[in-house]
Ligand binder design. Structure first.
Ligand code: SF4
Length: 174
């Protein structure tokens, strides 16, 4: 290897190390976005790096402010291992706003039809669902452009998605 190549390698390694240190510093500056208590401990939603981290009760006691006197009710029983008991709520939810679609694909994965399904929800019901999911501690709600399978009339689709996205921002902050 030539001296020039060695020099370039050294500069790249230095840049990578400095980048890692910067990311660590940033992670310490940014408090967790949210914490959800679970029987095994807690799920912490980090901002930097963006991740959901599962921690046990001991680590949760040391790193997460648990308000009030005594332990939270969800920790009343014995501590479980991750996966031993169901989570208190889903980590994320994908909202399929309609089953109406004209494309007619064979083997449609949602069973969509041009007329949709009977009793499809309107905006008010979906807003209540977003609130309920946020109250349950769901970390992420996906409101896909294609409405998770199915295509409503474009104008209605845009305004409904925009209302739901705005409510989602107010409730889960994403
Ligand atoms: S919802 Fe998707 S898979 Fe189903 S018919 Fe429409 S485009 Fe095809």
């Amino acid at each position: 290897m030539t001296l020039g190549a060695l020099g370039r390698l050294a500069v790249r390694s230095w840049d990578a190390a400095r980048g890692a240190v910067d990311r660590l510093r940033e992670a310490h500056r940014q408090p967790p976005r949210r914490v959800r208590l679970e029987r095994f401990g807690a799920i912490v939603q980090l901002t930097v790096p963006r991740a959901l981290v599962f921690i046990d009760r001991a680590l949760a006691r040391r790193t997460v402010a648990i308000g009030g006197a005594g332990e939270p009710a969800i920790w009343a029983g014995p501590e479980t291992a991750v996966g031993d008991a169901p989570l208190s709520a889903p980590l994320e939810a994908h909202l399929q706003l309609t089953n109406r679609c004209d494309a007619g694909c064979q083997g449609c994965y949602t069973g969509a039809t041009p007329n949709g399904a009977a009793g499809e929800w309107g905006l008010a019901e979906w807003l209540r669902a977003v609130d309920a999911l946020a109250d349950a501690g769901v970390f992420h709600m996906a409101i896909p452009r294609s409405l998770g399978g199915g295509e409503v009339a474009p104008a209605a689709s845009r305004s409904r998605r925009s209302s739901l996205a705005s409510r989602r921002r107010r409730t889960v902050g994403l």
